[in-house]
Design a binder for this molecule. Sequence first.
Ligand SMILES: [Zn+2]
Ligand SMILES: [Zn+2]
Length: 369
Amino acid sequence: MATGRAAVTQPGTREMRIVEYPVPDPGPDDIVVRVTMACLCGSDLHMWRGEVPWFQPAPGIQGHEMTGVVARLGANRQTDSLGQPLHEGDRVAYSYFIPCGTCWACMTGVTGCPFRYRARNSVTADTPPHFLGAFADYYVCRAGQWVFKVPDVLTDDVVAPINCALSQSFYGLHQIGIWLGDTVVIQGAGALGLYACAVARDMGAGQVIAIDAQPERLALARAFGATETISLRDVPTKEARVARVRELTRGGGADVTVEVVGIAGVVQEGLEMTRIGGRYLWMGNIVPGQTAEIVPHDAVRQPKTIRGVLAYDRWVIPRALDWVARVRDRYPFERMVGARFQLEQINEAFQHAEWVAGQGSIARTVIVP
Ligand SMILES: [Zn+2]
Ligand SMILES: [Zn+2]
């Protein structure tokens, strides 16, 4: 029987170990994918540090941002989720979660179903079909999981971050709405923020203002379409940054502000930068229990819409793939991917990702199994 390797978490330690599992026969609604690239996303680092629970209890296979090729198709999976014929060897991108379809969130059309990881977090890696995480040779897409063929023109470097980082930015901006000519402030020029710069510009934003502490990230934000940048080093106070945004918007403030920095304390600043009637999108603060002081008055007597967005809808990945294929020469998408490690080097890869994150690099550390 064919086997595949997986990096598996162990209780009480950050160290993962490599385990071989039999490659399962796909169930009728499954697709067995051979993983060709898996990213270490910021969420994976939160989990590795213990700030957020792992997707799967130990022994578990982690990771969620990835791409691969079809290894074996279940009997009912002859097409992708758009009805395009699917064959073994086809490159695919897929959601990393499966909304349950029956809870009140799903019933009312809200993404972020609380049961979206149920196929994964209810078992360990020892239970067949084993391969339910990205850091492995194989990954099994289950019933209800959206799978899409990848355009040939896109390399794995460009595709791998699409099912998490790009799709999240794409859907969040769609939800908050960008109007032609809007001024959009992006708090945090990490991967989500860089994608948000480019997507906001393409959605018709007139001005995109990126805020970050790292000069390299701000330079990259400009390459991704930011028209202005505000450096925390040059403009160290909240008051001065708010004043700068107002100066760039004839005193009014941003039409849209996007929080993708993941620091609770920035939300008051974002509120103050947003114009009366403006929209404030929250996506970065995913760690439970982190608190911040805000002045509710600033959203009530200067009325504003605040919207938190988690996960994305089924139409997002195919549109994100098409968009990247169209604009790939305009934005340096390949710079989202940095150092490459083999699966056996998973622990080294996490150490490296933690180190480069501390240096302020946005380039994702990736596993090429
Ligand atoms: Zn992610
Ligand atoms: Zn649900």
